[in-house]
Design a protein around this ligand. Structure first.
Ligand SMILES: [Zn+2]
Length: 480
C-alpha cells in the first residue's frame, strides 16, 4: 500500500455501516467531520470511526521478555489476552534508544532530525503536531497520563491538544520525592478521567515507567511462579563486574547477581501488565482502537551493557513490542513485516477515523493489519543517538552520537564517525546520507539553535533521581 496514505480501495460502504451502527449522534457527526478532514487532506475517501483510542507506551520493555513474544515466564498475561483479539507485530523497532526522542517520534511520526528532540528532555516545536493534538483538534476528548518527570509538560511541550495532560509525579527515586509515578496510580488517574464520558470519542495516552531501572516493583511483587529468569544467549557473564559497578540509580538492595536483576526486571513488567489489565477490563473493543508499544528496550548484558539503554544502537535497545487491537484488525493477526514506532500514529489515526497525521514519515499499516495477504514494500529503518556533549561510557567509548541504518534488503550499517571527521562511504543509501546530513548539521549548529534545552532546577533534581545526567553536565558517564 502507498506509504502514509489511507485505504487505497473503496471503504465507504463499510465506513457507513460502522457509522450507522453507532447510537451516538455526536459520534456520527464527529466521524463525518473526521472523514471530511481526511478527504480534504489526502483527496481520498476517509476511514471508519470515530472510535476511542487508547495508546499505551511502556517504558524500557523488551519484546522478548513478554510472554506474548514467547518468553517462558508469565510476564504479560493481560497484554497477551488483549493481543489475541488483534495484531501482534513481530518485528517492531524504535528510532531511538532513549525516552524523549523515541516518544516524540512515535507521537508525531517524525524522526529526530525533524522533531529536533534528541535529548532527555527537550521541547517539541509548536509547529509539529502530535497525534494527541490531531485528535483534540478533530473533536476528540483527549487525556495524557505520564509516569516520569522526563515527560513533564514544562520540559517537553507534548501537551498541546490534550484537554488533560496529567504529569503528576508522586513517587520517589533516589532521594527525589516526585520523580516518577507507579503504574497503579497512573492507571487510576486514567480510569477516573475516562469515566467522565461526555459523548465525544476519547483519545487516551498512557505512559508507564515501571520497567525502567531501578527494578523495584511495589510490594507485593507480582508472582511469576517458580520459573527462573533468562538472560539473552549472547550475554557473556565474564563481562559482569558486580552490582557495585552499575550506575548508582540502578542499585537495589537484594539485587546482587545478573539473574537477580533480570528477575526484578521481569517483575516490573508483570506489575505494569497487572495494572494494564484493570484498564483493559473497561474497554469496549468494538469501538476502541488500542495500541501498545515501548519507547525502547533494555540491555540485559549484551555488548557488556548491563541493565541499561541509551548509549548503544543495538537490537536490545531498539527492538520493541507492538500490539494493535480494535475495529478493522482481525483477531489472531501476526505481522511479520518490519514496522516502526514511526508507523504507530498514522496507523492509529486511520483505524480510529482521525484525520491523517500531517507530514508523517511513518506508514499507515491499517490495510496490512486487516489483510494477511498484504505484502508491503520492505521499509528501511533508521535509528540515531544521541547527544551533543562529549560523553564516554563505561568502556571508554565516545557515545556522543551515532546512526544505524537497516535498508529494505536488511543491510545493516552502524555509522559512528570520529569527532571531527565526516565519512560517507561510496554507495551509502540515500536515506542514510540524508539522515547523516541532518545529524551533521545538528552537531555543528550553535548551542543556542537546536541543542539541549535548559531545564529548571526542580527538573534537574528529578532527573538526577531517575539517573539522568543533567544537560549542564558534559563529561559525566550517563546511564542512558
Ligand atoms: Zn524510556
Amino acid at each position: 500500500m502507498p506509504a502514509g496514505g489511507p485505504f487505497p480501495f473503496p471503504v465507504y460502504p463499510r465506513a457507513v455501516r460502522r457509522l450507522l451502527g453507532s447510537i451516538d449522534p455526536l459520534r456520527i457527526a464527529l466521524g463525518l467531520l473526521a472523514v471530511g478532514a481526511a478527504s480534504s487532506c489526502s483527496g481520498a475517501i476517509g476511514t471508519a470511526g470515530p472510535y476511542d483510542v487508547v495508546l499505551v507506551t511502556i517504558d524500557t520493555t523488551r519484546a522478548d521478555h513478554l510472554s506474548l513474544y514467547g518468553y517462558h515466564r508469565p510476564t504479560s498475561p493481560a497484554i497477551d489476552a488483549l493481543a489475541a483479539q488483534g495484531a501482534v507485530c513481530l518485528d517492531a523497532w524504535s528510532q531511538a534508544p532513549n525516552t524523549c526522542p523515541s516518544i516524540t517520534s512515535a507521537l508525531t511520526s517524525r524522526r529526530a532530525p525533524i522533531t529536533l528532540v534528541r535529548g532527555n528532555p527537550e521541547h517539541l516545536d509548536a509547529g509539529v503536531p502530535t497525534i494527541g493534538r490531531v485528535a483534540g483538534e478533530a473533536g476528540w476528548r483527549t487525556g495524557a497520563f505520564v509516569s516520569s518527570a522526563l515527560l513533564w509538560k514544562k520540559e517537553t511541550s507534548l501537551h498541546p491538544g490534550f484537554d488533560v495532560y496529567d504529569d503528576t509525579m508522586t513517587d520517589p527515586c533516589w532521594g527525589h520525592e516526585n520523580a516518577q509515578r507507579v503504574a497503579r496510580k497512573t492507571i487510576d488517574a486514567a480510569l477516573a478521567w475516562r469515566a467522565q464520558d461526555d459523548g465525544r470519542p476519547s483519545f487516551t495516552w498512557i505512559h508507564l515507567y515501571d520497567p525502567h531501572g531501578p527494578y523495584s516493583a511495589p510490594e507485593p511483587t507480582p508472582d511469576l511462579d517458580a520459573s527462573e529468569p533468562l538472560l539473552p544467549p549472547s550475554v557473556d557473564l565474564a563481562t559482569w563486574r558486580g552490582a557495585k559497578r552499575i550506575p548508582k540509580y540502578l542499585r537495589v538492595p537484594g539485587l546482587v547477581t545478573p539473574a537477580d536483576f533480570a528477575d526484578a526486571y521481569d517483575r516490573e513488567i508483570r506489575y505494569a501488565d497487572d495494572q494494564l489489565g484493570r484498564l483493559f477490563d473497561t474497554l469496549d473493543l468494538s469501538r476502541t482502537v488500542v495500541a501498545i508499544h515501548a519507547d525502547h528496550g533494555e540491555a540485559l548484558g549484551e555488548d557488556a551493557y548491563w541493565f541499561r539503554h541509551g548509549n548503544l544502537l543495538h537490537d536490545p535497545a531498539l527492538r520493541i513490542p507492538m500490539v494493535i487491537v480494535g475495529p478493522g484488525v482481525p483477531a489472531g493477526r501476526r505481522v511479520a513485516s518490519r514496522v516502526r514506532n514511526l508507523d504507530l500514529a498514522p496507523t492509529v489515526a486511520a483505524l480510529a477515523g482521525l484525520p491523517p497525521i500531517p507530514d508523517a514519515e511513518g506508514r499507515d499499516l491499517s490495510s496490512l493489519l486487516a489483510d494477511p495477504d498484504e505484502e508491503p514494500a520492505p521499509v528501511a529503518f533508521v535509528a540515531e543517538g544521541r547527544r551533543r556533549e562529549i560523553v564516554k561510557d563505561d568502556t571508554g567509548i565516545d557515545v556522543r552520537w551515532k546512526l544505524r541504518y537497516v535498508d529494505s534488503a536488511g543491510i545493516d550499517v552502524l555509522w559512528w564517525p570520529a569527532v571531527d571527521e565526516r565519512r560517507v562511504a561510496a554507495g551509502t543509501p540515500r536515506d542514510v546520507v540524508t539522515a547523516m546530513d541532518s545529524m551533521w548539521r545538528w552537531l555543528k549548529a550553535p548551542k543556542a539553535d537546536d541543542g539541549p534545552d535548559a531545564v529548571d532546577p526542580d527538573t534537574e533534581a528529578a532527573l538526577r533521581g531517575l539517573g539522568y545526567t543533567a544537560p549542564s553536565e558534559t563529561t559525566t558517564p550517563t546511564p542512558r
